[in-house]
Design a protein around this ligand. Structure first.
Ligand code: GRF
Length: 200
């Protein structure tokens, strides 16, 4: 089976990008890192590994669709099989979601469907749940609503702060995100309605 070309979309510190690089997934080729913020630390990480970087700054576009059209154009030459949203802080419209239908995955710092959207660790703390975690899911046209691929749990301690909780969640993200990418690239995921079946 040939390697799958993946595009990793980032906006921030890139700790998930680093974890994916470190995982050295045999079935995946990190073809490009795409970033919407020129100054993001993730760009530096990508460059230090000689991974091609494409910067498309959302501030240059007044319409989300135009921003996404530009991204699609920039990615054309990389023959992308999978788009990985690793802390990409832009909501995607149906334009790009349908262009890469069932080929976009995201990591979310909570056990979906609980605490979608932003500030998920804080939402979990404020609600008083004892367990939270992280979720890798396919991206559909809703926000954090696509079929779930993998999840991992984290216990919340009495003295956890948003910062300490996020640290525990990140540690789990760095395990399950590369694992989910590997499963996709080995063609072991099948979507059936809301369910993602994993081939052993
Ligand atoms: C992660 O917590 C992820 O769950 C969320 O954005 C954060 C990205 O962190 N979608 P990093 O840039 O990978 O360090």
């Amino acid at each position: 089976m040939s390697k799958k070309n993946i595009a990793i979309f980032v906006s921030g510190s890139g700790s998930n990008l680093q974890a994916i690089i470190d995982a050295e997934i045999e079935s995946a080729n990190i073809a490009v890192v795409l970033c919407n913020r020129p100054e993001a630390y993730a760009v530096r990480i990508a460059k230090s590994y000689d991974i091609p970087v494409e910067v498309v700054d959302h501030k240059n576009f007044s319409k989300r669709e135009d921003f996404e059209k530009k991204i699609i154009l920039r990615l054309e030459k990389y023959s992308i099989d999978l788009v990985v949203l690793a802390g990409f802080m832009r909501i995607l419209t149906p334009l790009i979601v349908n262009h890469y239908k069932n080929k976009i995955i995201n990591i979310h710092p909570a056990l979906l469907p609980s605490f979608p959207g932003i500030n998920s660790a804080l939402q979990a703390l404020d609600y008083g749940v004892k367990i939270t975690g992280c979720t890798v899911h396919f991206v559909n046209v809703g926000v954090d609503t696509g079929p779930i691929i993998l999840q991992s749990t984290v216990n919340i301690a009495n003295d956890d702060t948003e910062e300490s909780l996020l640290e525990k969640i990140h540690a789990e993200e760095h395990k399950i995100f590369p694992e989910a990418i590997k499963l996709f690239c080995e063609e072991r995921l099948r979507i059936e309605g809301r369910k993602v079946l994993v081939k052993e």
